[in-house]
Design a protein around this ligand. Structure first.
Ligand SMILES: Cc1cc2nc3c(=O)[nH]c(=O)nc-3n(C[C@H](O)[C@H](O)[C@H](O)COP(=O)(O)O)c2cc1C
Length: 203
């Protein structure tokens, strides 16, 4: 039985394609093992507070008398613990302005914790979140996997780097892209991504 942490980061309430594909993957995982357990975060519906001067002390464990710092410390601990407890991490990752959603970037800001999820050694940084798989479901209107726009993809490399930095190197990227190129292309992109996710869950 696997424990799956799902992090959705679309800013859309209804009609999010990444959320739709995350649901497809979730259904396929349940088909493969009905006992699969899920913890789900929807950052679009419940955004994490961005790190700022008013709460950053909580990030470093200096809560003092600040309610914001104290709340942040609790939330950061909750997000790190649920990542540590998961076997599979699933990210619903729309592309916004050539990168990841700011909502997802804030989640990464929470879970990249020196001394907890990574550490520096004499030979450089070392990830401490080992033995996990990640599935990243990317949705984009343009096409970046090949062709002239591929140099504008600041999403996939950034996500791969952040995951790798904390030790998650078994990462599968599933893309639904070129979705603004026409209705048929969009439908095929979503269908192909859904098929790839079903196959991945069954493998
Ligand atoms: C604010 C914003 C910025 C976007 N920037 C890009 C972009 O840089 N490149 C791109 O291909 N699509 C871009 N899109 C399109 C989204 O990637 C596309 O709508 C995708 O379906 C979003 O995933 P979602 O449906 O789960 O929200 C942008 C959409 C929004 C709302």
């Amino acid at each position: 039985m696997s424990k799956v942490l799902i992090v959705n980061s679309s800013i859309k309430g209804e009609g999010s394609i990444s959320r739709q594909l995350v649901e497809t993957y979730k259904d396929s995982l349940l088909k493969a093992d009905a006992k699969t357990q899920f913890i789900e975060l929807d950052l679009g519906l419940n955004p994490l507070p961005v790190l700022s001067a008013s709460n950053i002390n909580g990030f470093f464990g200096n809560i003092g008398e600040s309610a914001e710092a104290s709340a942040l410390a609790e939330t950061v601990e909750a997000r790190v613990s649920e990542l540590e407890a998961a076997d599979i991490l699933v990210l619903g990752a729309p592309m916004y302005n050539f990168g990841m959603s700011a909502l997802l970037k804030t989640w990464f800001d929470y879970v990249l914790r020196a001394g907890r999820t990574f550490r520096y050694t004499e030979s450089g940084p070392e990830g401490l979140v080992n033995g996990k798989k990640a599935v990243v479901i990317e949705t984009r209107d343009g096409k970046y996997s090949e062709g002239p726009a591929s140099i504008m993809d600041f999403q996939e490399g950034h996500i791969r780097t952040l995951l790798g930095f904390i030790g998650i190197t078994d990462v599968t990227f599933i893309r639904s892209e070129a979705m603004a190129f026409g209705p048929d292309i969009k439908a095929a992109a979503i269908e192909n991504a859904a098929k790839a996710l079903s196959e991945l869950a069954a493998a």
